[in-house]
Write a protein that binds this ligand. Structure first.
Ligand code: PEP
Ligand code: MN
Length: 375
């Protein structure tokens, strides 16, 4: 059962009234590097949790795989000397045991572990009854059910002190991001788990220092509850994720450049105007849905007609004409034509699905996704 009780994360949020800030190196490399990072972060004065990778799940063997148990006393020292609680990634029950034995405050499950329900279940069993807060990164692939499933496994094991970390998704398509953010997926997770704070990881989404600020700003604008950003005293020489790490001082600059906006406003003029505009949007949305209903009724009529005349469903010339004219209309009306292009791909896919049903007298096998995202 989802808990509405206070958790480590919700308490922090309530106390701060500001997003939770988590920072620290991708990997703990040496005691000096860990302590230098921690002191730099302590100087910022607003870091809530110190992160460091101890066991690194590297895609290929031969890369730096972390310092393991030897690094745990360094984190104990971070907490003792700076007062900042610590967090590490765990991937096996043995990791959980070692982390707790060394007084680590928060654990997280990495993207390469969230994909595997067996591994998540083993972790849930190992974490049961420990009371330790756990953060769950999204799986590597864009599958919100797998992410939700991991949270459910933990909740069922009685672990309710949870947060979700959005670190982006692997994609085959070329992208400016290291891991595409695909913001709609974390938003969907948040609607399913409104009680679980959502934290953005701009480091692993962007993979580049210059993308940290715009990604973090976007997350704040989308009402995220926190940020986790990798920091290193000498980023260029980091043993893992060198391109995306920043010094604690640079992190301080990024945090001060962010615009922190209100969730809402109590100002009466604001509330009245917002309400008036929302009511107008409700009317516009009703018109959009009614227009879609009219369009789909016409599609059905056309499908019956095609059936009588034994004519094929997809007509490329007609599709091209629809696509070109609608995006042109959009441009003229100052509506983003790329948005309208995407919308029409969806409308056309739905038209094809409906026609397939009419012509073949049975539902299409795989619904809307039948022709894939391209068409
Ligand atoms: C990390 O946070 O260092 C990490 C390995 O991230 P992810 O699991 O998101 O790849
Ligand atoms: Mn990393």
């Amino acid at each position: 059962m989802p808990s509405v009780a206070e958790t480590f994360f919700t308490k922090l949020l309530a106390q701060k009234g500001q997003p939770i800030l988590i920072a620290g190196p991708c990997s703990a490399e040496t005691e000096e590097q860990v302590m230098a990072t921690a002191r730099g972060l302590q100087a910022l004065g607003n870091i809530d949790l110190f992160r460091a990778g101890i066991w690194k799940p590297r895609t290929r063997p031969g890369s730096f795989e972390g310092m393991g148990v030897a690094a745990l006393p360094w984190l104990q020292r971070v907490k003792a000397e700076t007062g900042i609680p610590t967090a590490i990634e765990v991937a096996t029950p043995r990791h959980v045991e070692e982390a707790l034995r060394h007084g680590i405050d928060v654990l997280w499950i990495g993207a390469r572990t969230t994909v595997n329900p067996f591994a998540v279940q083993e972790l849930a069993d190992a974490l049961a009854g420990t009371g330790v807060p756990v953060m769950v990164k999204n799986p590597v692939n864009p599958d919100v059910a797998l992410w939700a499933g991991a949270l459910e496994r933990l909740e069922r094991a009685g672990i309710t002190d949870l947060a979700a970390i959005h670190r982006g998704f692997s994609t085959f398509a070329p992208s400016r991001y290291r891991n595409a953010p695909t913001w709609i997926l974390p938003i969907e997770l948040k609607t399913r788990f409104p009680h679980i704070p959502l934290i953005c990881d701009p480091s692993h989404i962007g993979g580049r220092r210059d993308l940290l600020l715009p990604i973090a700003q976007k997350a704040l604008d989308l009402d995220y509850d926190g940020l986790i950003i990798e920091t290193h005293p000498d980023p260029d020489h980091a043993l893992s994720d060198a391109e995306q790490q920043v010094t604690p001082a640079r992190l301080g600059e990024i945090l001060s450049e962010l615009q922190y906006r209100y969730r809402s406003s109590n100002n009466a003029d604001y509330l009245n105007k917002a309400e008036e505009l929302r009511q107008k949007m409700d009317v516009a949305d009703r018109e959009i849905v009614e227009a879609l209903a009219r369009r789909m009724a016409l599609v059905e009529e056309l499908a019956e007609y095609k059936k009588e005349n034994n004519v094929k469903i997809l007509q490329f010339d007609r599709w091209q004409e629809i696509f070109n004219t609608r995006t042109e209309w959009a441009s003229k009306l100052n509506v983003n034509d790329k948005f309208v292009a995407e919308l029409y791909k969806l409308i056309h896919i739905e038209s094809i699905r409906k026609q397939t049903e009419v012509l073949n007298g049975r539902p299409q096998i795989d619904g809307v996704a039948h022709l894939g995202p391209g068409l």
